[in-house]
Design a protein around this ligand. Structure first.
Ligand code: MG
Length: 229
């Protein structure tokens, strides 16, 4: 039974395979610094970056500090010789060209066309994200992009959602679903703003956060009945 007319969908690790994008970009970057990263170094970087994004979500650091810190700290911790600030600039350039969709994301967006309005909600960096959405072929399949850097607020802050939906015509909370992989950003944000939420959990991660979604799914196709597509 169709319940929702508007989908507010997260990008990274929901519609886009960020793990693959990050692995590709970091590998290319580290090679420029003379390091051939093995899986251990790549997952250490990924963990380091995740922690920085969690600190950003908690308001402990700004996006500028995150960008400045991620390679400077990591290089220093792993004895990699190189200028962290320069690496940050190169990483942005390389990541901007890494855009792979998750399994089933393309079909979900194509089925929604003309039936369900879809807006991307992302905490990513504007110029990086807009480039990746364009390359992944997402931009032309959605009705709008809401990026934290543009809005001056980030998920899970209700201000982010308030500013985003203020430009959506015929918006109704009851007919809108927030969809994303992050309990702390997407689901907590939707809950705080009073919109139903669906947690995309393809790897069957155990929820230890206490943050409860209205729905939990493993595959994008499980959204079809809720959206009537
Ligand atoms: Mg995400």
């Amino acid at each position: 039974m169709k319940k929702y007319d508007i989908l507010l969908a997260d990008a990274d690790d929901t519609l886009l395979d960020f793990a693959l994008c990050e692995k590709t970009a970091v590998t290319l970057l580290f090679k420029e610094f003379g390091v051939c990263p093995d899986d251990g170094l790549l997952s250490a970087y990924s963990e380091h970056n995740d922690q920085l994004w969690k600190r950003l979500e908690r308001g402990e650091i700004t996006i500028k500090q995150l960008v400045a810190l991620r390679f400077a700290e990591f290089f220093s911790d792993h004895n990699i010789k190189g200028d962290g600030a320069y690496a940050a600039i190169r990483y942005k350039q390389i990541l901007s060209r890494c855009a792979y969709k998750t399994e089933g994301a393309d079909e979900l967006l194509r089925r929604c066309r003309g039936k369900v309005r879809v807006y991307i909600i992302s905490n990513g960096i504007t110029d990086v994200q807009t480039s990746r959405f364009r390359l992944a072929g997402i931009t032309e399949l959605v009705d709008g992009l809401f990026l934290s850097e543009d809005l001056g607020a980030k998920k899970p802050d209700p201000v982010f959602f308030e500013k985003a939906v203020s430009s959506i015509g015929c918006f109704c909370k009851e007919k809108t679903l927030v969809y994303g992989d992050s309990l702390t950003a997407d689901i907590a944000g939707g809950n705080a703003f009073g919109i139903d939420t669906c947690w995309y959990n393809p790897h069957n991660t155990v929820n230890v956060t206490g943050i409860l979604p209205d729905y939990e799914i493993r595959d994008h196709s499980e959204l079809y009945p809720l959206l009537g597509i």
